[in-house]
Design a protein around this ligand. Structure first.
Ligand SMILES: [Cu+2]
Length: 127
């Protein structure tokens, strides 16, 4: 009886062992994939961060219906933009709440899905 169980155990471990070794053999590869996925994740986060451009300007008008704010902004070197007056769409119309014409603002721009530069953050300075 003991011998039978021992044989069973040996058979079982023999049956289990190859996949276990195979799995262990895969582990380093998977670990590398995990690392590169992590690195890719970090890179895409960094890209997202570098794709946000900081700027400052003065609000000329706030247009909640259009979801835009008209700003005379200073040069944005990272985009090679000179200073100009233009309408910016905002990522979320609620961002326009409380903004007033004449306020100096600090804002971030990022390209939206349609390729326009939209305001992703806007903060009045010195409030
Ligand atoms: Cu502009």
């Amino acid at each position: 009886m003991k011998r039978f169980y021992l044989t069973l155990i040996l058979l079982c471990s023999a049956a289990v062992a190859p996949p276990a070794y195979a799995a262990m053999g895969d582990m380093p590869g998977m670990a590398n994939m995990g690392n590169s996925a992590k690195n890719m994740g970090a890179a895409s986060v960094q890209t997202a961060v570098t794709q946000a451009f900081m700027a400052q300007g003065k609000i000329n008008s706030v247009n909640p219906d259009a979801g835009t704010v008209n700003i005379t902004h200073g040069p944005i070197k990272a985009l090679a933009w000179p200073g100009m007056t233009m309408n910016f769409p905002v990522q979320d119309k609620s961002m326009l709440n409380g903004l007033k014409a004449g306020e100096i603002v600090d804002f971030d721009l990022a390209k939206d899905s349609t390729g326009r530069y939209a305001i992703t953050r806007i903060t009045p300075i010195g409030r």
